[in-house]
Design a protein around this ligand. Sequence first.
Ligand SMILES: [Zn+2]
Length: 100
Amino acid sequence: MPSIRQNGQKSPSLMLRRIMPQDPALTLGDLVGKVRMLRVECGNCGRIGTYSLRCLVQHYGREQTILDWKDQLTADCPRRVNGHYSDQCRARCPDLLKVL
Ligand SMILES: [Zn+2]
């Protein structure tokens, strides 16, 4: 198994923080009044989606965390299924960077 340090890459936790800077406990309810639509993008899979926050709250409830919702949303992603570290699904919500 190749060592990550030998490749001169950043540690996995640093990379993860860069990809998902948002609070893991952030809920849909926290975004009410801040955003109307929630975009999800994944550069690796080419996934791009826009979701109405109002519909998401109606469907999942205000207590649903963004992280869990995104996990459900991307559960069918082949890059999540195969689980290779170097080729993982990198779905993120770019709008969260603006409001938090
Ligand atoms: Zn993906």
